[in-house]
Ligand binder design. Structure first.
Ligand code: SAM
Length: 290
């Protein structure tokens, strides 16, 4: 091999979002890519074959799902090295977002390949845009664990986020999840429900978390289909109630230990994050009551 031999560049891997339900949401560019690539790596080849047939595309298909991602990644690299472009698709929405794809993309990066992402449908973004919530910052969680214990533990860890939190949920778990959301995050927060986005029975609702489980149970139709649930973040009132309770507990301990009121209030404020002045007033009262 001559010393200046340079292998031909890899063909690109396109990451192609597909419609959540309404086929008209396939972008013109996605259509163009799907009709021009040699290969489509699909989460479910039978499912994607319908979309490809609908747009008159005839690429060769192979499967790339959660359980064969490593093997699929190796296959994709072979195709790219042979100069054959590959498009990666999942059943609906954007690959890699609560869907297979990340490992394949990482593999292509590691091999020095080119990954070209197309913008397009994503249930989380579509729901957020209709939520009316300030989404300059938001937290995407995806699917909560299936068991109550694990779910509640995860929610407890999310409790302190001050921005909207976005969940994906399956129909058979939506009531359980709504129950735990209220239990752990508190019934006063608001829930935005986006069901069957872009489909015939699309619906949205805004309700307090305290009413969410009953609302779902009141009509079995409300539990059918695919869901994005968006919960508002922790607000200042919640924060203040929590820090006040923590401050009060700290004061009790410090005063019982004999600390002067001013010092107890200062330490309790530092520890709890609650306002020093109100803790000082509270400490004076507590001392008087003793
Ligand atoms: N990659 C996809 C995306 O970009 O949104 C998400 C795939 S994840 C396996 C499927 C979940 O996305 C569903 O369980 C549901 O929570 C949400 N989802 C997908 N399509 C939806 C729709 N039409 N309406 C509401 N939620 C949807």
């Amino acid at each position: 091999m001559p010393s200046d031999f340079c292998p031909p560049p890899l063909a690109p891997l396109y990451v192609v979002p597909t419609p959540l339900g309404n086929l008209a949401d396939l972008s013109a560019r996605a259509r163009e890519i799907l009709t021009s690539v040699s290969w489509v790596a699909a989460e479910d080849t039978r499912h994607s074959a319908l979309l490809l047939r609908h747009i008159g595309a005839r690429p060769r298909l192979f499967s790339a799902h959660a359980h064969n991602e490593q093997k699929a990644a190796e296959q994709i690299l072979k195709n790219l090295a042979a100069g054959e472009a590959v498009a990666l698709v999942t059943d609906a929405g954007t690959p890699g977002i609560s869907d297979p794809g990340a490992r394949i993309v990482a593999h292509v990066h590691a091999a020095g390949g080119r990954v070209i992402p197309l913008p397009g449908p994503c249930a989380a973004i579509t729901a957020l845009s209709a939520s009316g919530l300030e989404a300059t910052r938001w937290f995407f969680y995806g699917f909560l664990p299936a068991t109550a214990g694990a779910r509640q533990k995860e929610l407890a860890a999310l409790k302190h986020w001050a921005c909207p939190i976005v969940f994906y949920e399956a129909p058979h778990r939506v009531v359980e999840s709504a129950t735990d959301l209220a239990l752990i995050l508190g019934g006063e927060r608001r829930l935005f429900v986006a069901r069957e986005l872009t489909k015939q029975f699309e619906s949205t609702a805004v309700l307090p978390l305290s009413e969410a489980a009953n609302w779902f149970m009141a009509d079995p139709m409300r539990q059918k289909g695919e869901f994005v649930l968006i919960v508002t973040g922790r607000n200042e009132e919640e924060e203040s109630t929590e820090s006040s309770a923590a401050g009060e507990r700290a004061l009790q301990i410090l005063l019982a230990d004999g600390l002067p009121v001013r010092q107890a209030a200062r330490l309790a404020a530092q520890w709890s994050g609650h306002d020093k002045k109100s803790l000082y007033k509270r400490a004076l009262l507590m001392r008087k009551e003793r």
